[in-house]
Design a protein around this ligand. Sequence first.
Ligand SMILES: C[S@@+](CC[C@H](N)C(=O)[O-])C[C@H]1O[C@@H](n2cnc3c(N)ncnc32)[C@H](O)[C@@H]1O
Length: 359
Amino acid sequence: MARIATNKLLHKAKKAKSDEFYTQFSDIEKELQYYKNHFKNKVVYCNCDDPRISNFYKYFKLNFKKLGLKKIITACYREQNNSLFNEEKSENGFFFEYTGKEDEKNIIYFKGDGDFRSKESIDLLKQADIVVTNPPFSLFREYVSQLIKYDKKFLIIGNINAITYKEIFKLIQENKTWLGINMGRGISGFIVPEHYELYGTETKIDNFGNRIVSPNNCLWLTNLDNFKRHEDILLTKKYYGNEEEYPFYDNYNAINVNKTKDIPLDYEGTIGVPITFLHKFNPEQFEIIKFRKGDDDKDLSINGKCPYFRILIKNKRLQFKMHNKSLELTSEPIAEKSNINDVSYIPDISGVTKQTVHL
Ligand SMILES: C[S@@+](CC[C@H](N)C(=O)[O-])C[C@H]1O[C@@H](n2cnc3c(N)ncnc32)[C@H](O)[C@@H]1O
């Protein structure tokens, strides 16, 4: 119930376009630890961040030397009415630059409101190498598309639902973006302003008096390489011999899998997996074929029922084996390349046998 309540709260925030969920320092630290090698001599831009309260700015300032940063730019949007820090309300946005010198205190006002889409903010974006922030949820599509347009590296927080947006999914399919390390409960919660009602067990007031909401439905989206993207999903289940556990869709030639861990290691065709698969997706192990829809362009269904969002994938390691002209199917070379360490179960299909095959 509590989770439903906080999800509703986030939804309300999205609808109201207030977008005032502020990221906690601990959550930033928890994700950023995996990207330290990307920041040397780089200009970081936090373009939805009031430097007076942003924990992104705080994180980069504190770690300026350790990361070897060249500059931090933070830009604040005018809307201060609903924010945590609403002393100096202004119609104009402003930005602030930090290059490691403690006497820098210059806030420079934009002529406009500091909208991330404004020319003034885009001029700063052009100077930046990496954008790191939690942008307004309601403008997420536009936000990401601008980062892609200006060919920027980024690490940003979004709602898990964002990966179901066709524009974002397309970028994931094209390997232009992928998920970060922490997701769901891996992001502990957001600081919310006074006017947010706190109810349910997924809310609290922390030791500093901050009001925290934990929607547990957010993720990090990035195009900075991370270790997870190179780790194979450990597969243990087999399709052949257990066919009844893997029904075919009514409207696509693929088997359905309800949990990523149940992806069979021996199935050479297309497999439908839940959207959460993307959190473990290694593009060297799997190929993304299609999103959500069957051949009739309707949601994938099994006996007339549609499971929640499915992504169609193929096991690339298996394809590699099948398409190799002369490949000895012994356990060793394949085990080296993947988690498949027992190939004795591979069925005799498409000319693949347990012996050397010539396709
Ligand atoms: C989800 S909050 C996150 C704030 C901060 N980045 C953080 O993580 O703590 C999104 C912020 O974007 C600001 N914002 C809303 N619309 C914006 C726009 N069009 N351009 C830039 N910032 C915007 C809001 O005022 C809010 O402070």
